[in-house]
Design a protein around this ligand. Structure first.
Ligand code: HEC
Length: 183
């Protein structure tokens, strides 16, 4: 094979969109007959519709996130909110035990990280977890548009302060609680 041909094939490989995750189907949901930003005049909102604000993300990138301190104290309220968000947004992949064994997580070629491991529980900084929630991973989706910044810190607080206890409690269920109808 001539060098020239190898060069051409190599250049074409570089054009494959895998690197940026810009697969044609990545934008399928966007290609629909809706009015896009800057496209003509906004129609009147239907009656009884409720306006929602966006979620500004006060963090530019991972490097910036690495300098942030957790601004939300790990209070019982924050942990309870975090658990709710965790249940909605993380359980499908990471599982309610945090082990990475949620029904969607099992379909991934790389298992979602075990969030009860020593690294997440004792070594990682809060801002590392926050950055991963905000910007996602190679496979994991980003949550900067779905969860407000404070809500993401709530999830961090839940993972750091209660996820492990919840797992241990499930492993040794209290029988009396079942009989009295407790959850
Ligand atoms: C659609 C599946 C999916 C969902 C939903 C999901 N994750 Fe993940 N997560 C993954 C996968 C897969 C990985 C490992 C590979 C990677 O980094 O993308 C991962 C990795 C992580 C990591 C470690 C990052 C690393 O470098 O490996 C953290 C921390 C994490 N997830 C937290 C969360 C939290 C918190 C939520 C909920 C807000 C969440 N994830 C929701 C799939 C998911």
């Amino acid at each position: 094979m001539s060098l020239r041909l190898i060069f051409i094939i190599f250049s074409m490989l570089l054009l494959i969109p895998g690197q940026t995750l810009a697969w044609p189907w990545s934008r399928d949901m966007m290609n629909q007959p809706s009015i896009k930003p800057q496209e003509g005049e906004m129609p009147e909102s239907p009656p009884r519709s409720v306006p929602v604000g966006g979620y500004p993300t006060p963090v530019k990138n991972r490097l910036h996130a690495a300098r942030l301190a957790n601004p939300i104290a790990a209070s019982a309220e924050s942990i309870a909110r975090g658990k709710q968000f965790y249940t909605i947004f993380c359980v499908p992949c990471h599982g309610s035990n945090g082990k990475g064994d949620g029904p969607v997580g099992k379909k991934f070629p790389v298992s979602p990280m075990d969030l009860t491991n020593d690294f997440i529980q004792h070594q990682a900084f809060d801002n590392w977890i926050y950055a991963n929630i905000t910007f996602g991973g190679k496979l994991m989706p980003a949550y900067k548009n779905d969860l407000a910044s404070d809500e993401r810190w709530d999830v961090v607080n839940y993972i750091r302060h209660q996820l492990l206890q919840d797992l241990q409690q499930r492993a040794t269920p209290q029988q009396t609680a079942d009989k009295t109808g407790g959850r």
